[in-house]
Write a protein that binds this ligand. Structure first.
Ligand code: G3P
Ligand code: CA
Length: 263
């Protein structure tokens, strides 16, 4: 069963700016988050790692190589070393001097203007010890529980965030349905597979090419939303919206907004 344009129109959908507006600005920088808001995102998505000296660093990869002028693993660098890098030039001269933000800086800078979807990542060697708890504590420290959401492919982080007791909404990232039963990222992950690992989440966020209308319907019956990633073209958006999804995570919030306005 799929949805008609009228169904989509009535229901509406949430626009999540992936790494900010990664199609328009250097991902995971304040410039990218500001751009996403300007282009109409309801939520901005970002990724978190941890520096050698324990700071929460907003970056997608486990190393600084691809998105800065430096090199090395985030987990082996200090906050000061990371802050000395240029996170904008690789994307374009206009963004020269953009800094790698800390999670605190983004929380303070956004201050509830839009929601912030915080994805907790992992270093090459496994998981960051206690990063789910640390991120939840940081959100709580700034009183941002109402407008921050924590998501991860890794259920251990979500369980830690839940156990913190701060009632921050949680969302589960998955590649496909089989990820519910087999999460191939870490060899120590086997013990936290299956439905129990998603007991406290409000949304199931899949790779957009791995979903269908019946999966979305099943999650809706369970009281869960479905917000696929990373949906970048109008055609792809129409396809997943036709399956009934509740929102899209996109590098192009402008494309999603134009579609939403057109419906
Ligand atoms: O928000 C979902 C999406 O960001 C997950 O994949 O690799 O872009 O972090 P990735
Ligand atoms: Ca992400």
């Amino acid at each position: 069963e799929s949805y008609t344009i009228n169904d989509i129109k009535e229901k509406g959908f949430i626009i999540v700016g992936h790494r900010g507006a990664a199609g328009h600005a250097p991902e995971n920088t304040m410039a990218s988050f500001r751009k996403a808001i300007e282009l109409g995102a309801d939520v901005i998505e970002l990724d978190v790692h941890r520096s050698k000296d324990g700071h929460l660093i907003v970056m997608h990869d486990a190393t600084v190589d691809r998105t800065t002028n430096g090199s090395g693993a985030i987990s082996a660098m200090t906050f000061d070393e990371i802050r000395a890098l240029d996170a904008g030039s690789w994307f374009g001269e206009a963004f020269k001097g953009e800094l790698v933000p800390s999670l605190a800086e983004v929380i303070v800078g956004i201050n509830g203007e839009v929601k912030v979807l915080i994805e907790i990542k992992w270093p090459k060697e496994g998981l960051y010890d206690g990063l789910g708890k640390q991120v939840a504590e940081e959100v709580h420290k700034y009183g941002a529980e109402e407008w921050c959401i924590i998501q991860s492919f890794d259920s251990k982080y979500l369980e830690e965030a839940h156990a913190s007791g701060y009632n921050i909404p949680l969302q589960k990232l998955l590649v496909s349905q089989t990820s519910l039963f087999f999460v191939p990222f870490h060899k120590d992950n086997k013990f936290r597979l299956g439905r129990a690992s998603v007991a406290h989440v409000e949304s199931m966020n899949y790779y957009h090419k791995m979903i269908n209308a019946s999966l979305v319907e099943r999650h809706h019956e369970e009281g869960l939303t479905v917000i696929p990633y990373t949906v970048n073209t109008t055609d792809e958006m129409i396809k997943v919206l036709g399956m009934g999804v509740d929102g899209v995570i996109t590098n192009y919030p402008d494309v999603a907004l134009a579609l939403r306005n057109e419906l």
